[in-house]
Design a protein around this ligand. Structure first.
Ligand SMILES: [Zn+2]
Length: 344
């Protein structure tokens, strides 16, 4: 582990040294290549993956990197580039980035989210400019600079540009990681996603919170809107939401008090509420609905005990005693909880 970290820091040091010596005319070319990448609309739910793959392959060609485009799933190309090193026997370095971006609500942007316009102070506006097309381009530009200086890497350096990271990565990085091809790469260390840096410092992160996207659902007898009775779906869901809110507050309070960093606490954010009986003019106002559900984007730091959180979900946020169930999206629950048959 120590050796692997050493490799990454040396590589980053080299990248930053070369990058800080870029001449002004090179800068505009670098920015214009970055803009070209940003202008490819790879937002979900219909990312233009082929355009992104074409762009990356064109970059690879201009850098004389070996390239292969793999569709583990048809229509979702993954581009793998290789910069051969001098010592083929050593484990390689993999620089990973994803080509897809989250959707953009065009109406809420003052500039087009795929226009990649630069303002007077040099800021570039585009969906994906931070997460994480900037990183993919940094890798390519660093290689361009290193190559032009005659640098040859000791180890093989691979670059993977993967699809579908924003929706779980199952058809992208996950397929790659389980492939025979991946075994052949003999990867010693992977540099993946961090946070974009607003200055010349490149921060290295060595852990990331895992998503535990969770939906809780309450069911109960439907009833007249004028009547008070126990165990309605809405009432039970509201109790849970309040419980989730308190937990969220307890985590956030530790960050606010400076006791923990943001990455060290569990973040919970409610992302949807689904309830009500639709009517032609909105919702039926005098009926208590028989079903209600809420979705949460939960992120769990590696140091946190995930099983205890699952227990909390099962016992406090979606207890069977309140006619509630829950299920996870894109994360494996521990066996213990799955066996309770409490899941969909
Ligand atoms: Zn990302």
């Amino acid at each position: 582990m120590r050796t692997q970290r050493g490799v990454s820091f040396i590589l980053l040091l080299q990248l930053s040294l070369y990058c800080s010596s870029i001449a002004a005319d090179d800068q505009s070319e670098i920015i214009s290549r970055f803009q070209s990448y940003l202008r490819i609309d790879t937002a979900h739910p219909n990312p233009d993956y082929h355009a992104a793959a074409d762009f990356i392959n064109a970059q690879a060609k201009s850098l004389s990197l070996e390239s292969q485009t793999i569709e583990f799933v048809v229509g979702k190309p993954l581009v793998l580039l290789k910069w051969p090193g001098k010592r083929r026997d050593l484990p390689s370095i993999l620089l990973n980035s994803h080509t897809d971006v989250v959707p953009a609500e065009h109406g809420k942007w003052s500039l087009h989210p795929f226009g990649a316009e630069v303002d007077a102070s040099g800021r570039i506006f585009a969906r994906g400019s931070q997460d994480m097309k900037c990183v993919g381009m940094q890798y390519l530009e660093a290689i361009r600079k290193l190559k032009s200086s005659g640098f040859e890497p000791v180890r093989d350096v691979y670059l993977s540009f993967v699809p579908d990271e924003e929706i779980g990565g199952h058809d992208g990085a996950e397929k790659l990681a389980h492939s025979d091809l991946f075994k052949q790469l003999n990867v010693g260390i992977v540099l993946d996603e961090g946070l974009a840096s607003p200055d010349a410092n490149y921060r290295v992160f060595y852990a990331e919170r895992s998503p535990m996207w969770t939906v809780i659902k309450a069911v109960g007898a439907p009833g007249h809107g004028a009547k008070l009775y126990d165990n309605t779906a809405m009432e039970n869901l509201l109790k849970s939401i309040e419980s989730v809110r308190k937990f969220r507050e307890s985590q956030f309070d530790m960050v606010k008090a400076g006791l923990k960093a943001e990455g060290e606490v569990v973040s919970v954010n409610m992302v949807f509420l689904k309830a009500g009986t639709p009517s032609p003019t909105g919702f039926v106002m005098n009926l208590q609905p028989s079903e209600a559900e809420a979705g949460f984007d939960i992120r769990v730091p590696p140091i946190y005990d995930q099983a205890s959180l699952e227990k909390r979900i099962a016992e406090e946020w979606a207890p069977a005693a309140r006619n509630m169930t829950f299920y996870g999206i894109f994360f494996p629950l521990t066996e213990e909880i799955s066996l309770e048959g409490h899941l969909h």
